[in-house]
Design a protein around this ligand. Structure first.
Ligand SMILES: Nc1ncnc2c1ncn2[C@@H]1O[C@H](COP(=O)(O)OP(=O)(O)OP(=O)(O)O)[C@@H](O)[C@H]1O
Ligand SMILES: [Mg+2]
Length: 582
């Protein structure tokens, strides 16, 4: 299945805007208060030119000091109302934004946890981190800075537009013509704008991937003195990002002077036409001043919107990129019921084929059966498909074709916790996470989740695993990091061994589980394994053939095909022949 993220290329700003509305609609309460506060402060702001115009025509002209003072008090009250409600609006919009972002980050994290390993194989960590950090940050910036202004400006523009058209329709039309022309130009340019902003965010994701990969490879870079190679790759990404951000900046900033020009042309037109109307006695001086003040209330917020527009576009592009992750459906789902098998094998591969990348088969028509109490060995050349087979048994991936049956039922119909109780694995790359050994051992193990250190230590003793714990200075409380600089490969395998064996799984998969472990410890592990219940099925994958000496059945895996080897000697011959042929 294809899990490659494609940077929201096929998504429009309008579809992101719909999603934004859905998201903020969840915060109805704070949003409603913010809206009411916006209406009140817009009303307060829009009433001031009216009061000033009225005062000029009625009180200044007639030298009415009392009337002028009352107008002054009114104005002051309106400024006060404006201040209080602007504060409420800022607070409530900020609250809405914070809640939306909080939920969105949680959603992304939950989604990432539900996605299959193929998703992480197909996408670079750096880009994912960029989506989690940079893209949500762009949304944060929009919520914390632009949304308040956008809401207020839209209300004020609409209010001012209605007032100027009602006060004098012909003067109103003269005033808004430049704005209409600029709006048409903006709409025409906006698709180019969308594209450059998307490219900018994509290059930021690329840069983040490059930095992450270089950080992971630093030991290799220094060891092989290949600073030049990585510097070149980094420079390319950095330069791409620089060029993309310059292009985006040029596009985004084009709108601001255009709106400035429209505002100036609008005011000039109103002044000329208005002066003419005053001279003919059609309007009063007060009305003209009121008009010019309203015009400022129409064009200033429009200019602000032009400044906010790019950050809105960037935020919507970021939202599209985030939704690309949220819309993915995990194929590692539990399917209800599932097809049954007539056979009573514990695990059965029925015509299983698998590819990591579409069309490139790693396993082809695999048919194997595993039965209770048996030990199976998988041998074969490097890259033959052994780890892939083991990963399918543990349901880290689902087959591309065919079915895997576990106790006669499709493996996909089992809950993950039931699977992890039945199947334990120690893969070549031991899956560990940062935390204590105890946390790593108990991860996903509901049965012993509430055990204290003492109880767990006793449990390890009962399974004779306590000897392995002695290798760690702080015992169960030893803090580990899967990063190899703080823990050896063998130590990682020992922890994975404790985790798998403690569950007493019915099927235990050991993929090169002792490859990095000294001979004495290896013998110790063999002793522990021999004490597992008799019916435990063991799958052992190893290059060192002595490790698989006691196996009941040997499978030879090569180029995605699996053949049963009748004896150890036959497996050795197959390996030698394979080496000769290649
Ligand atoms: N995550 C992945 N994405 C794409 N291809 C992969 C991935 N993991 C393995 N492969 C490819 O699948 C093939 C089988 O790999 P696999 O790890 O199963 O081999 P293996 O038999 O375990 O080899 P080894 O003996 O070296 O451990 C190889 O060609 C490998 O390059
Ligand atoms: Mg392998």
């Amino acid at each position: 299945m294809n899990y490659k993220l494609n940077n929201g290329k096929d998504k429009k700003i309008s579809s992101a805007f719909k999603k934004l509305l859905e998201l903020i609609m969840h915060e109805r309460k704070s949003l409603s208060i913010a809206m009411i506060a916006t209406v009140v402060c817009s009303f307060a702001e829009l009433s001031t030119p009216m009061i000033i115009g009225y005062a000029i025509d009625n009180y200044i002209k007639n030298k009415d000091i009392h009337g002028l003072m009352i107008s002054g008090i009114f104005l002051f009250l309106m400024y006060l109302v404006w201040m209080v409600f602007t504060y409420v609006q800022n607070m409530m919009t900020g609250m809405t934004g914070r809640k939306v972002l909080f939920d969105l980050r949680n959603k992304i994290f939950k989604k990432l946890q539900s996605l299959p390993i193929s998703f992480f194989n197909q996408n670079k960590n750096g880009d994912l981190i960029s989506r989690m950090n940079n893209d949500t940050d762009k949304l944060n910036l929009f919520f914390s800075q632009s949304l308040v202004q956008a809401m207020r400006n839209v209300f004020i523009i609409l209010g001012a537009l209605i007032i100027i058209l009602i006060l004098n329709p012909s003067l109103g039309l003269v005033a808004i013509i430049p704005a209409v022309i600029i709006l048409i130009i903006s709409v025409l340019l906006s698709s180019i704008n969308e594209r450059v902003n998307a490219k900018n965010l994509q290059s930021l994701g690329g840069l983040s991937s490059e930095i992450q990969e270089s950080l992971l490879s630093f030991k290799v870079i220094i060891a092989f003195n290949r600073q030049d190679y990585f510097l070149k790759k980094f420079n390319e990404s950095n330069e791409n990002n620089f060029k993309a951000s310059v292009k985006a900046d040029i596009m985004n900033k084009t709108f601001i002077p255009l709106f400035d020009l429209a505002s100036n042309v609008g005011q000039l037109s109103v002044l000329c036409y208005g002066a003419y109307l005053v001279s003919t006695g059609s309007i009063t001086v007060g009305l003209l001043i009121t008009y010019i003040l309203y015009l400022a209330h129409f064009y200033d917020p429009l200019k602000h919107l032009a400044v906010i527009w790019p950050s809105f576009q960037i935020a919507m592009t970021a939202l599209n990129r985030i939704y690309e992750i949220l819309n993915l459906k995990s194929n590692i789902r539990i399917i209800p019921g599932g097809a049954g098998s007539d056979n009573d094998h514990f695990l059965e591969f029925k015509d299983v084929s698998f590819c990591y990348e579409e069309g490139k088969y790693v396993l082809k028509d695999m048919n194997i059966q595993l039965n209770k109490g048996k030990t199976y060995a998988f041998v074969g050349p490097t890259g033959g498909g052994k780890t892939t087979t083991a990963s399918l048994m543990a349901r880290l991936y689902d087959p591309t074709e065919g079915v895997i049956y576990l106790e006669g039922k499709d493996i996909r119909s089992y809950e993950h916790k039931d699977l992890s109780r039945k199947i334990g694995f120690i893969l070549q790359d031991a899956f560990l996470f940062s935390g204590t050994i105890k946390e790593n051992i108990l991860y996903g193990n509901d049965e012993y989740a509430s055990y204290t250190d003492e109880q767990l230590a006793q449990l390890l003793k009962d399974s004779e695993l306590d000897g392995l714990l002695e290798k760690f200075s702080d015992g169960l409380r030893t803090v580990i990091s899967p990063d190899e600089t703080t823990i050896s490969l063998g130590e990682k395998q020992l922890i994975a061994f404790m985790r798998a064996v403690l569950r007493k799984p019915e099927l235990l998969i050991l993929d090169e589980a002792t490859a990095n472990i000294d001979t004495v410890t290896e013998q110790f592990l063999e002793k522990i394994l021999s004490r597992l219940p008799k019916e435990t099925i063991k799958v052992i994958i190893a290059h060192r053939l002595n490790t698989i000496e006691g196996a009941d059945t040997i499978f030879f895996v090569n180029s995605g095909k699996v053949v049963k080897a009748d004896s150890m000697q036959m497996a050795v011959d197959m390996l030698i022949n394979e080496k000769r042929e290649s």
